[in-house]
Ligand binder design. Structure first.
Ligand code: SF4
Length: 396
């Protein structure tokens, strides 16, 4: 059995999408291709972390971890640089944003410029929003670990807020173009974060929120109920078991379009140049034979149909050819509604005949001369049959 690393939401999702891609990323440690929108998301997240860290108030950590957070400095992610209670100004925020801009992965300078602009707009609107109604975080960018049954899991949670009733709200920021309440309803990410928070903090999770940064819209849902968590747990178990047994089959799908490992994947690996010509001929031949097969199937069905019409018209079942004889055969398939047949048997005083009661058993029963004719008649009336004619060939 292979060792299973601590699983995050991203790694569970990556494995479920394609186990081979998961192996490339998490076992072989191959680097992902840098992409502008990932850099953009990381930059914005780092600014939000910096912006909100001064507002963090201590939360009560779970006693099961033997950790009790009493002051801001006890918070494991605290930098100690920020002054508690004071929100950074818009200018300070933008200064930090510009100094920490990640420029990796943008395809053109123009694309990077547009993202920079978008980031400023998002951050300024976010600043306005939280200045008007400051959140009450007990943690930002919290790295939490836990053992879910026997599976080690972890995650970085953007923000955990104290709710007015003393519970907790998990907030995850999204820089994506679109986001809806349904996304929050079905988010495995939020569900896993709920598990992590509940195993690390004593206060109950009350709300889960995906925060759409482009529109400054929080999409909030109630905490996940136990059945939904059980379903997610099953998926996590299936990932754990797949990794343990080193099941790394490629699973092609829409994700292949943005997979950087296509060149190494058997699904897309190029045929070596020396083999190409010979295999091309083989593929062409296979394609031709497939087309012939479909054409022959059509011709065969048409010939059988013409023979059938001739046999009906002439009232014959055998048709001689020059090399053999075509013989017309009949096949019947009967169907009976099992529940109603059982009812008739019981009414007719034959309950012992009730099981097993497949079509063959019912046909045997109808042929049985010792069976009451009235019961047989009622059962017969329930039957429906499909008749199929077909042709066989025999030597003359
Ligand atoms: S190309 Fe598709 S099937 Fe192959 S590893 Fe990537 S995601 Fe998986």
């Amino acid at each position: 059995m292979a060792a299973v690393p601590t699983l995050s939401y991203s790694s569970v999702r990556a494995y479920l999408e394609c186990p081979l891609r998961w192996k490339f990323l998490y076992i072989d440690r191959l680097p992902e291709t840098p992409r502008g929108y990932f850099s953009f998301g990381r930059t914005v997240h780092s600014v939000l972390e910096e912006l909100l860290r001064p507002l963090v108030l201590p939360g009560r950590r779970s006693m099961s971890d033997r950790v009790s957070q009493a002051t801001l400095d006890d918070y494991p992610g605290s930098s100690g640089r920020a002054t508690p209670g004071r929100l950074r100004s818009r200018e300070e925020m933008l200064e930090f944003y510009r100094a920490n801009w990640l420029g990796e992965g943008y395809t053109t300078p123009d694309e990077e410029r547009r993202y920079r602009q978008l980031g400023e707009e998002i951050l300024l609107r976010f600043h306005d929003t939280i200045s008007a109604a400051p959140p009450t975080p007990i943690a930002v960018e919290a790295h939490l670990e836990a053992t879910w049954d026997d599976i080690p899991v972890h995650g970085y949670i953007d923000r955990i807020d104290r709710t007015p009733s003393g519970g907790l709200e998990i907030v995850d920021y999204k820089t994506s173009r679109e986001l809806s309440a349904e996304d929050a309803e079905g988010s495995d990410q939020l569900a896993l974060y709920q598990v992590l928070v509940e195993k690390n903090f004593r206060d109950p999770v009350e709300r889960l929120t995906l925060y759409h940064l482009r529109s400054q819209t929080p999409h909030s849902v109630a905490r996940r109920a136990r059945p939904a968590l059980s379903e997610l747990h099953e998926r996590v178990v299936s990932v754990r078991d797949g990794i343990r047994t080193e099941s790394y089959e490629p699973t092609p799908g829409r994700q292949c379009a943005r997979c950087e490992f296509r060149g190494m994947c058997p699904e897309f690996k190029e045929v070596p140049a020396g083999e190409r010509e010979r295999l091309k001929e083989l593929v062409d031949r296979f394609e031709t034979l497939r087309a012939d097969e479909r054409r022959l199937e059509g011709d065969l069905a048409q010939a059988a149909q013409e023979l059938h019409r001739a046999a009906e018209r002439l009232g014959v079942h055998r048709m001689p050819g020059s090399r053999g004889v075509a013989i017309r055969r009949r096949e019947e398939n009967w169907r009976y509604p099992e529940d109603r047949v059982r009812g008739i048997l019981t009414e007719g005083g034959q309950p012992e005949m009730r099981s097993p009661l497949d079509t063959e058993a019912i046909r045997r029963l109808l042929r049985d001369p010792s069976f009451p004719p009235e019961v047989k008649r009622k059962i017969s009336e329930l039957g429906s049959r499909d008749v199929r004619w077909y042709w066989t060939l025999e030597d003359s």
